[in-house]
Design a protein around this ligand. Sequence first.
Ligand code: RIB
Length: 326
Amino acid sequence: VATIREVAKLAGVSVATVSRVLNSQGYVGVDTRKKVEQAIKALNYTPNAVARSLFNKQSKSIGFIIPDITNPFFPQLVKAVEETLTEQGYTVLLFNSDENLEKISKIIDLMKAEYVAGALIVSDHVKEEHLSNISIPVVAIDRTISGNIPSVTVNNYENAREAVRFLIQQGCSRIAHIRGPKEVYTSEERYRGYCDEMAAQGLPQFVTFGNYELVTSSQATISLLAEHPQIDAFFAGNDIMAVGVIKSLTSLGIPIPEQIKVIGFDGIEWGTTVTPELTTMMQPIQQLGHKSGELLLDIINGSHQGSQHFSFDACLIERQSTNGRG
Ligand code: RIB
C-alpha cells in the first residue's frame, strides 16, 4: 500500500504539499497540483476516509470577484461568464470587492467555506499570497495577478496607442488623457500607450486622473480645460470617464466633435445612450467572458494544455463624438 511519503517523492514535492492538495487547503500551483494528482494515480494511493471525503468535496459553483459593481462593464462581463458556466452546469457566486483588502480576505474565506470549484478574479489588489488560503484553480480576467495565474486580458497598451492615432488622423494634435487609477494594470497600460504614441508623434501630453469614475472624470475635465484651453480631444481610459467628459463639455457649451473630440475604452451599452454617441475602443466583452469561463473549467477538469495567458484586441467603434455616424 502506497504512503503519502511515496506520493510526495514521486511528485517531487513535500508531504505538506500533498496534504494541501488532499485537504483543499492552502495555495497549490496548477502544475504542482497536476503532478501530485498524477502521482496519486500512478501509485494508486488511497488516502484515509477523512482525507478522501475532503479530497472529493467540491461544489459545482464558481466564485467571481469583481472590483466595482456600479461600473456597467462588469455586469456585462459577468453575464458572458455566466453563459459559459451555466451551460456546463455550474453556478456563479458573485462578489463585489470594492478592491478593499479586508473584504477580499472575507470573500476568499467564504469561497473556501462554499467549496467553490474555482475562481475568476478581476482585481489589482488580490496577490498570489492572498490565494494561499484556498487551494483551487484561479483565472484572472481583465487585470493580471501574476505570471503563475492564468489570465484573459486585452492588449491595453497597443489598443490605447490605436485610439490616439485615430484622433490624430481626425486632425487632433492637443490630445488629453483622462487616466484610470494608479497601479491598476489596465489603467497603467492605457496610460503608457497614450504617452508612447504622443511622444512618438512629437505631441504635447495633457494628463489627469479620472480614477475610472464618472464624477471624478467630469471634474477633472473642467480643471484640465481651465489650465489648457487649447485641448482639442480627450482619450478617456474607460467609457464611464468618457461620459463624464461629455457631460462637462456639454455643460461648458463646447461642441462635440466640432471643437473637441472624445473617445473612450470599453464598449459598454451606455456609449450609445449619451449625446453625442460615444466613439470607443470596444473590448470583446463576450469573448473575454466566454474564454475565461472555458479556461477555468478546462483547468478544473484537468484538460487544459498549452498557453495560460490569452490576450484579445479591442476594436475601434466610430460614433458621433468623433464625427462618426450615430
Ligand atoms: O471600466 C472599468 C475598466 O476597468 C475597464 O476598462 C476594464 O478593462 C477595467 O480594468
